[in-house]
Ligand binder design. Structure first.
Ligand code: G16
Ligand code: MG
Length: 208
């Protein structure tokens, strides 16, 4: 019987991947190379620092730590310009309805995201108050597929892994949930998320 639900942010509740993509693409162009949507798939669920390394790898560019730090800041400034205009209409189909449904059933809700901008985004789209716990990129040191983000969320809810279900769109996130000993629902395609206990196209499929 489920007592806690842990949600990834990007790709599960909102589609921020498109804004991450625009910001990384501009950075790549500035550095003189192209960055495609296919390349962008590799950044999903991955931390900002690791994302930059992947982008630079795509362009065959190597830089000093100081330069990398500056570019990561620059990318985030651009990203913030995009997400500052987000509103409730950018919630993915079924996201809010499903959160409300769980709340009604007495299920406790936590966020498990790699993003350092998670609270800002939840506030923008108007669902921040639905969360009992927020575990984001400012709280964890180990990235998915490490289970830290979900283990901490479950702990903050005062529950055990067997009580919790994770909703994830990224393969590394599904692996993290499995490593945490939790039931995991993949959001996306069976081909990519086959390791999950169940796969649905979106949260709207789960709304009663
Ligand atoms: C999200 C995105 C990643 C992004 C990461 C860090 O993770 O999927 O592409 O690199 O957050 O974001 P920020 O630069 O805002 O700290 P998640 O875990 O919510 O899917
Ligand atoms: Mg995600």
């Amino acid at each position: 019987n489920v007592k806690g639900a842990l949600f990834d942010l990007d790709g599960v509740l909102v589609d921020t991947a498109k804004y991450h993509y625009l910001a990384w693409k501009q950075l790549a162009e500035e550095l003189g190379f192209a960055f495609t949507e296919a390349d962008n798939e590799r950044l999903k669920g991955v931390s900002r620092t690791r994302s930059l390394e992947i982008v630079l790898e795509v362009g065959g560019v190597s830089l000093s730590e100081a330069e990398k730090h500056r570019l990561a800041e620059e990318k985030n400034e651009r990203y913030l310009q995009y997400i500052r205009n987000m509103d409730e209409s950018e919630l993915l189909p079924g996201a809010k309805a499903y959160l409300l449904q769980l709340k009604e059933q007495g299920v406790r809700i936590a966020l498990g995201s790699a993003s350092k901008n998670a609270v800002f985004i939840l506030e923008k789209v108007g669902i921040l108050e639905l969360f009992d716990s927020i575990v984001d990129g400012t709280k964890v040191s180990k990235a998915k597929p490490d289970p830290e983000v979900f283990t901490l969320g479950c702990h903050e809810l005062g529950l055990t892994p067997q009580d919790c279900v994770v909703f994830e769109d990224a393969e590394a996130g599904v692996q993290a949930a499995i490593a945490a000993g939790m039931y995991v629902v993949g959001i996306g395609s069976e081909a990519i998320l086959g390791a999950a206990n169940r796969v649905v196209r979106g949260l709207d499929e789960l709304v009663a």
